[in-house]
Design a protein around this ligand. Structure first.
Ligand SMILES: Nc1ncnc2c1ncn2[C@@H]1O[C@H](COP(=O)(O)OP(=O)(O)OP(=O)(O)O)[C@@H](O)[C@H]1O
Length: 257
């Protein structure tokens, strides 16, 4: 192909918003010539690669704006460390049927068992599948909603938590809320009810949520909406944060003995 035509295709690709195709054209041409590729295969290769590059860019952007603290996946989760947790159940949930159904998932258990890890793994899988995610701790969300409410901007701020397909609500129960704060959480949960998924993590049993939200009636109303369509996973095991420390102590005891 003449240099003139290549230059024209590159310019057209840029005008059409296909910058990767423009960049990679020469390299692809050489490969196509070397492999004696047919016209259709060549076009297929160009379009597939443009799509892959776009998808990668979309994913990077979506992960960045999700505010997730990391992007861990189930591949990095050691199920042997939590033998009471059924890996099939967790992997089933990672297929995201509950997200399609606009249902919720709750991960309950003591500190360090990997509740956030698994919540993020679900969210990363969902992000790959094209769902939008927003990650927050309960405490941070309440602070943001309170500040917005104080200046008459509650409705706008609520939208941050209502818009994404999935809201990851981390660390429910770590700090108790007063009744007004609990009420802000209720507003968010009732507006999301059957409209979008919440994946939450909590170190408190549902029976203790009255203390978390500063009011038994309010906690019941929140739980009623949250649990109507909800997958609950309880992880009862040791903290992974202590794994190496416990192993070191055991070695020390064995050596000393
Ligand atoms: N079974 C596991 N396999 C691999 N890594 C794990 C496992 N469990 C936890 N971790 C890791 O241990 C650290 C703590 O886990 P994570 O924050 O998910 O726990 P958590 O249950 O949410 O704790 P907390 O309630 O204190 O926030 C993270 O780095 C996480 O990736």
């Amino acid at each position: 192909m003449s240099e003139l035509v290549t230059t024209r295709i590159r310019a057209t690709a840029i005008k059409l918003g296909l910058p990767h195709l423009a960049d990679a054209l020469s390299a692809h041409l050489s490969r196509a010539v070397a492999a004696q590729m047919g016209y259709l295969d060549f076009l297929d290769l160009l379009l597939e690669e443009e799509l892959a590059v776009r998808e990668e860019r979309r994913l990077r952007h979506a992960l960045r704006i999700s505010k997730m603290p990391h992007h861990k996946t189930l591949d990095g989760y050691d199920f042997f460390y939590q033998p009471e947790l059924d890996p099939r159940r967790v992997r089933d949930l990672a297929t995201l049927a509950f997200v399609e159904a606009k249902a919720n998932a709750a991960l309950l258990g003591p500190p360090g068992v990997g509740k956030t890890h698994i919540a993020v793994a679900f969210a990363v899988a969902a992000c790959r599948a094209g769902f939008t995610i927003y990650f927050t701790t309960l405490d941070d969300m309440v602070r943001q909603l309170k500040a917005a409410n104080a200046i008459g901007r509650l409705a706008g701020k609520l939208r941050t938590y209502l818009r994404p397909h999935i809201l990851v609500l981390d660390e429910v129960g770590y700090l108790p809320l007063d009744r007004d704060e609990g009420n802000l959480v209720f507003q968010m949960i009732s507006k999301r009810y059957e409209k979008g998924s919440i994946i939450l993590t909590s170190n408190k049993a549902f029976s203790e949520w009255g203390q978390v939200f500063g009011d038994e009636v309010l906690a019941t109303a929140i739980l009623d909406r949250l649990l109507h369509h909800c997958e609950v996973i309880a992880i009862n095991g040791p903290s992974y944060r202590l794994k190496n420390r416990l192993a070191a102590v055991e070695t020390h005891v064995a050596v000393a003995g």
